[in-house]
Design a protein around this ligand. Structure first.
Ligand code: F6R
Length: 346
């Protein structure tokens, strides 16, 4: 007899989001192989002034996690650009990675053209579409990833090949061991029970996600994206230590609504600066005194990548279970589809 959880999955998860989220560890492994099979041209093995990743939504988040992961290591700045144009500093000494899962996102295509105009080195990461067509026609290298997934589910594909490629061009050290550790941790952790517990505490609430400026910032962005797209729930994020300097004061009003908020604190005990850990503890005390629900979520693993991706995976699953509690199918993103269709007409 299927249990109530299985029945709910069957009822609402019409497109198999659960299986896709669960296969994240295997996807990371496949993504690593895609990265190692890709050979950047020798002319790409340079010391760049900056590395820019241009993309939107589910395609940008991989780049954002990359940026955050390499914060202490990359010698040149890594910048994630989420719009039509590229920053003024992008030029011939830049590497621009244009990442669009569909290959048809207008902002990313426009950023691609901008990068080409400025003579930057370009790598296109996509499952096809116009981005692949343009890049091939212009003679830029293409990293082709498997198609037919909701872009946000393809996080392994939009992140891991970039880690490998940056090591291949000499921007960072080889990360094969860290990637393997992350895959192992993701396959081992029992994220389901915890994700269900988090979802039940977030049900009916406005989630406010707090993380640390170093390394869990992009993870918090991922949580917000997944809670929006999978659970159809609006949420907000902010970071330590900055939130201690303003937002913390705001937890007084609107009085009538405060009971409907729930704080999620993403904690990376092994990596978070001791001073940040202290700030999180004191903040938790302040919020609890104000009768705000605080849900702490801890990372797993030793290496930074494993710790970041374990928090991502728990969040992905929590957003899935929250979708079931909200009685919605986690997969469709009707408003994004509608927006893209309307904008294509103009
Ligand atoms: C995620 C999602 C969006 C897209 C974004 C950009 O599942 O549907 O966030 O990722 O609209 O599209 P792509 O990734 O195709 O460039």
């Amino acid at each position: 007899m299927p249990n109530s959880n299985e029945l709910r999955i069957k009822k609402y998860d019409k497109s198999g989001m659960f299986g896709l989220i669960k296969s994240f560890p295997e996807q990371c492994l496949r993504a690593k192989n895609i990265g190692y099979r890709f050979n950047p041209p020798d002319s790409y093995k340079l010391k760049y002034a900056n590395i820019i990743c241009a993309g939107m939504g589910g395609s940008a988040i991989g780049a954002d996690i990359l940026r955050s992961y390499l914060l202490d290591e990359a010698e040149c700045p890594i910048f994630v650009s989420r719009s039509y144009g590229l920053p003024r500093f992008v030029g011939q000494e830049s590497l621009v990675i244009t990442s669009s899962y569909s290959g048809n996102t207008e902002e990313t295509l426009s950023a691609y053209k901008d990068a080409r105009r400025r003579g930057a080195k370009i790598i296109a990461l996509t499952s096809g579409g116009r981005l692949e067509k343009y890049a091939r026609a212009d003679g830029y290298p293409v990293v082709l990833i498997p198609d037919r997934l909701p872009p946000r589910v393809a996080l392994g594909y939009s992140l891991i090949p970039l880690i490998v490629i940056l090591s291949k061009i000499g921007a960072i050290n080889d990360k094969a061991t860290e990637v393997d550790e992350a895959v192992g941790v993701l396959s081992r952790i029992k994220a389901d029970d915890e994700a269900r517990r988090i979802a039940s505490r977030l049900y009916g609430k406005f989630p406010v996600i707090y993380a640390s400026y170093e390394h869990t910032d992009a993870v918090a962005t991922r949580w917000r994206g997944q809670i929006a797209e999978n659970s159809k729930t609006v949420s907000s994020i902010n970071l330590f230590p900055e939130m201690n300097h303003n937002e913390i004061v705001g937890w007084e009003n609107p009085k009538k609504l405060l009971k409907d908020f729930a704080v999620v604190m993403l904690r990376d005990i092994k990596g978070d600066d001791k001073r940040i850990l202290k700030r999180m503890n004191v903040t938790k005390k302040i919020l609890k005194t104000a009768k705000i629900q605080v849900i702490e979520v801890k990372s797993f693993g030793d290496g930074l990548l494993a710790r970041m991706l374990s928090l991502v995976h728990i969040g992905d699953l929590a957003s899935f279970y929250l979708a079931l509690l909200n009685k919605v199918d986690p997969t469709p993103v009707d408003r994004i589809t509608y927006l893209k269709k309307e904008l294509a007409k103009i």
